[in-house]
Design a protein around this ligand. Structure first.
Ligand SMILES: CC1(C)CN=C(N2CCN(c3ncnc4sc(CC(F)F)cc34)CC2)S1
Length: 493
């Protein structure tokens, strides 16, 4: 890869969001979209719109409706682009590596070329994911290091080195049929990095961090989707840049329409979150996008991804669809239960800790207070489906803990479980039929057969009534109050 091509230069200066969309549209026509260029462009814009926001004087405040999209000059981009290309080409002597495909030794060398420039200051701040951050601040987060290695290999004209992504880690695949894997970055806090090492079957098996062998293996276009998905519009913990969020949303729709999100559940989840904040006219509603994310995980990754369900659960919770939230969270632990929890899985542990010990208790309290003012039966505390999903949620957590080296549950979990259980009405607790995996039926209380037959009739009646009453309720409710700002993981990256 040499300098910028003439066709790339003609898009500059970038003066509005549409100019960036046009640049990306052009790059994505190519079978080698320029990862280095696009990462630097997004990093420059993100830095101006979130980190170094032009402090507006009072005079400016009057025209606050004016978008503040910066003018991105070609010279700015070209200087940074040349700096990265020169750094990579100067550090790697390709004559020593005549093969068409990358070798493990070369992957380690390129990882070192990125690694050696990193400043040792803490790396889990926001806005450290792009090559702009690397080139101007010598800082990258975990994802950013892995991406920089892949961008470097594109410059060295290897087209076999690709980004491999789990829900909380990133590494590379390489070799003739992408059969080789290598660590190129660190993970988490206080863990020695394993750069250069292959990711072996024993490390992968039943591990959430490596998705049990079902990571998102990117092609060049999905690597573009990864940098777009990694855009962080956050200015601080409570405020987002509207312009940066819009740019991310429009770029994700561009990638969606080109089919590059179909095997990338988290990018679909990110798009669903953005659509909740600011719906795009003519586009599907957020729930449809979250359902596509779940379907993608089922079709392409053996339903081993967990975040698609927590995206959906979080959406329903924020929009007070508590029954659907419980169902999504039950399906989330149904996915995580096949893993064995270990110390590097803290991120997903924190998700479930928040669901079990904050969101569900808050929901049960909220519903309890609603009970007083509503027809009792339609509340989740009287709904056997909700109670069943509540039990499934905890059953999945317990199964996740089984055979794990690291315990999951502790006294707070038990206290919150009892607290939430008690919020369900005793009648609904009787209506549950527990069927174990081997099909063994047991009712929630011991009774003779004819009585359990009668109980079965109660369940059928109850479910019929539920459906009738729920339908009646649906007719009355229409719009939901706007959800507040999504507290995505964006702040962490
Ligand atoms: C349902 C949630 C709690 C909300 N946001 C979530 N995210 C999960 C992580 N996010 C991601 N979004 C797109 N691609 C990737 S690749 C990756 C692992 C990293 F090490 F490379 C993370 C991630 C962004 C947002 S999960």
């Amino acid at each position: 890869m040499a300098g910028l091509r003439e066709i790339e230069k003609q898009f500059f200066p970038l003066q509005k969001i549409q100019d960036v969309i046009d640049l990306f549209k052009n790059e994505l026509k190519d079978n080698e979209p320029n990862l280095t260029l696009m990462s630097i462009v997004l990093g420059v814009i993100e830095n101006i719109l979130t980190v170094n926001r032009a402090v507006s004087s009072d005079a400016d405040k009057s025209n606050t409706l004016e978008p503040i999209f910066p003018v991105i000059e070609l010279s700015t981009i070209e200087a940074l682009y040349t700096k990265f290309v020169t750094h990579i080409k100067r550090s790697v002597d390709k004559t020593k590596f005549p093969d068409k495909f990358a070798t493990r030794e070369l992957v380690k060398i390129v990882s070192d070329v990125v690694w050696c420039c990193l400043s040792k200051s803490f790396k889990d701040r926001a806005h450290l994911q792009s090559l702009y951050s690397f080139l101007t601040g010598n800082k990258l987060d975990c994802f950013g290091v892995a991406f920089a290695v892949v961008a470097a290999f594109q410059i060295l004209e290897y087209n076999d080195v690709h980004l491999s992504l789990s829900e909380d880690h990133a590494w590379v695949v390489f070799g003739e049929d992408l059969k080789e894997t290598a660590e190129v970055t660190w993970h988490g806090k206080g863990n020695e990095d394993k750069r250069g090492q292959p990711i072996t079957a024993s490390v992968v098996e039943k591990s959430w961090l490596y998705l049990n062998g079902q990571p998102v293996i990117c092609n060049r276009h999905m690597e573009v989707a990864a940098i777009v998905s990694g855009i962080n519009p956050s200015i601080n913990l409570t405020v987002d840049s509207v312009e940066m969020g819009s740019l991310q949303q429009e770029l994700l729709w561009l990638l969606y329409d080109l089919g590059h999100l179909s095997k990338y559940p988290m990018a679909l989840g990110n798009l669903g979150d953005l659509e909740e904040i600011s719906p795009t006219p003519g586009r599907p509603p957020p729930v449809d996008i979250f359902e596509e994310s779940i379907e993608s995980s089922k079709v392409h990754y053996h339903n081993q991804h967990v975040y698609p369900y927590t995206y959906l659960g979080g959406y329903h919770y924020r929009n007070h669809n508590y029954k659907k939230a419980l169902k999504a969270w039950a399906e989330a632990t149904n996915a995580v239960k096949n893993f064995n929890y270990n110390r590097e899985d803290e991120e997903i542990y924190k998700e479930f800790l928040e669901v079990g010990n904050d969101l569900i208790p808050t929901m049960m309290k909220h519903v309890a207070s609603e009970n007083a003012s509503r027809i009792h039966q339609t509340s989740i505390s009287y709904d056997p489906d909700c109670y069943a999903d509540f039990l499934r949620f905890y059953d999945g957590i317990c199964e996740w803990e089984e055979d794990s080296k690291t315990p999951v549950l502790h006294i707070t979990w038990a206290k919150q479980l009892v607290n939430s259980l008690a919020k369900f009405d005793p009648t609904v607790r009787k209506l549950i039929h527990l069927i174990s995996e081997d099909g063994e039926e047991s009712s929630s209380s011991s009774e003779s057969d004819e009585e359990s037959e009668e109980e079965r009739e109660i369940i059928q009646d109850e479910n019929r009534n539920q459906k009738k009453k729920v339908k009646a309720k649906k007719g009355k409710t229409h719009d939901k109050d706007k959800s507040d700002k999504i507290n995505g993981k964006a702040e962490d990256s």
